[in-house]
Ligand binder design. Structure first.
Ligand SMILES: [Cu+2]
Length: 478
């Protein structure tokens, strides 16, 4: 009898009398005591960069979340594959959106094809392990547990099955937004951006299916740092879009497993940041820290059109490891806010352009009278304009700046060198069997200087020789 009384008091018996309704009773002094649940619904879950619609309800409800764990092989970078462990089939995991005080009935399914058991630790859960122990699920099984998110904010969730680091490193993380009761201020566009790193057996770019490297993960030396699960997942055709005048809200998460992100949007200032995904706002922020296993909400109005680059401002991660995304804004220019390039004038330092040579000509207008003279004048142009990137002996820097020494690309046609200088070069090119997908900015050299430097290069560094004339440069320039 005593036991029955206890059960009755704890509510188990009572709720079962009502047909085992999912809602358990409220404890003494519970923060949810004054909240009456009304109705029930199934949560809309989305893949990045999409976010479920804002919650307009004015009351808490019972929300069923169905999340399926799947181990899938897919692309990590161009030609590089990886076996990702996912919440919902993609990295990062599905975005979950609930309201503060909702009663969340969580169903975690582990697909029968999985090789591993998995679970979920939601940072939005108040309770031991964030749900981890209650959700431990073998392949081909489903676990259920319930919780009430009593703290509003943007939270990371992740797998917490041992070895935890390995499950996270393989892609097991996502975001859950607990909207405050009063809702978030309206925004025109909302996007889901999550940073994380990958540790592969092969070096960055090594093609094929790459296994996870536990050693590199322990040393915290990732080969890839990416947004939304793969290099380029948020760039080029996958860029997110907005229109001038719109307010953009980014729900930014960091799955880690190791690195802290210095999240920045090039060419924008965050009007508002909710640091660490909490409810206090900072304003006028350039770069915000997003801890591993943490988040931030950033908001900004886009005032001018163009492509805005999302980066981890630990900048080698952006340009060399993949942590680069794009927001493309369309609309009319506002030249007073941003002019675009207005002038491109030659600048030669103190007196450079004015000082006259003994023969009465400035260096820029000096013309070569022979091929030998062209080569010797070209050497000076080379030192001033090319060595910074292509290096003293034209050897370049592996994977960054292609070699000019014994370059088969240049060797096939010296005018390719002219084109690179006059027009810049951003296409993918192959030099001596190595692919480069980088950018050489166009340089402001005269026709004479361009002819001289290319003639110098093709007659040095083991190249086959030849001559380029200013007339040829002029033709390519137009
Ligand atoms: Cu797992």
């Amino acid at each position: 009898m005593r036991r029955l009384e206890q059960l009755a008091m704890s509510g188990v018996l009572i709720s079962c009398l009502w047909g085992c309704a999912p809602t358990p009773p409220v404890g003494n002094n519970s923060p949810v005591a004054d909240e009456k649940l009304q109705g029930e619904e199934v949560a809309v879950l989305t893949d990045a960069p999409n976010v479920p619609p804002p919650i307009t309800r004015k009351h808490p409800t019972t929300v069923r979340v169905n999340l399926e764990v799947k181990e899938v092989e897919s692309q990590l970078a161009d030609g590089v594959k990886y076996t990702f462990w996912t919440f919902g089939g993609k990295v990062p995991g599905k975005f979950i959106r609930v309201r503060e005080g909702d009663f969340v009935e969580f169903h975690l399914q582990n697909h029968p094809s999985s090789k591993m058991p998995h679970n979920i630790d939601l940072h939005a859960v108040t309770g031991p392990g964030g749900g981890a122990a209650s959700s431990f699920t073998a392949p081909g099984h489903e676990s259920k547990f319930s919780f009430t998110p009593i703290n509003p904010g943007l939270y990371v969730y992740h797998c917490a099955t041992a070895p935890v680091g390995m499950h996270i490193a393989n892609g097991m993380y996502g975001l859950i937004l607990v909207e405050p009761k009063e809702g978030l201020p309206p925004a025109d566009k909302e996007f889901y951006v999550m940073q994380s790193e990958f540790y592969t057996r092969g070096e960055n770019g090594q093609p094929g299916l790459q296994p996870f490297s536990m050693q590199k993960a322990i040393q915290e030396k990732p080969d890839y740092v990416v947004f939304n699960g793969a290099v380029g997942a948020l760039a080029g055709d996958n860029a997110v879009k907005a229109e001038k005048g719109e307010t953009v809200r980014l729900f930014v998460g960091n799955g880690g497993p190791n690195l802290v992100s210095s999240f920045h949007v090039i060419g924008e200032i965050f009007d508002t940041v909710y640091p660490e995904g909490g409810t206090t706002a900072n304003h006028q922020v350039q770069t915000t820290l997003v801890p591993a296993g943490g988040s931030a909400i950033t908001e900004f109005k886009v005032d001018v059109p163009g492509t805005f680059i999302l980066v981890d401002h630990s900048i080698f991660r952006a340009f060399n490891k993949g942590a680069l995304g794009m927001l493309k804004v369309s609309g009319e220019e506002d030249k007073r806010i941003y002019s675009g390039k207005q002038d491109d004038l030659a600048y030669q330092g103190e007196g450079g352009a004015i000082q006259e040579m003994p023969d009465g000509k400035t260096p820029a207008t000096q013309t070569a009278k022979s091929k030998a003279e062209r080569i010797s004048l070209g050497a000076a142009v080379f030192k001033q304009n090319c060595v910074a990137c292509h290096q003293d002996a034209g050897q370049g820097i592996p994977n960054v700046f292609p070699p000019l020494a014994k370059s088969d690309y240049l060797g096939q046609d010296p005018l390719r060198g002219v084109n690179a200088i006059v027009n810049g070069l951003s296409d993918e090119i192959t030099v001596n069997g190595v692919k480069y997908k980088s950018v050489m900015p166009k340089l402001t050299l005269t026709d004479e200087e361009t002819a001289n430097v290319v003639t110098y290069v093709v007659n040095n560094f083991g190249n086959p020789g030849g001559e380029v004339t200013p007339a040829q440069v002029k033709k390519i320039r137009k």
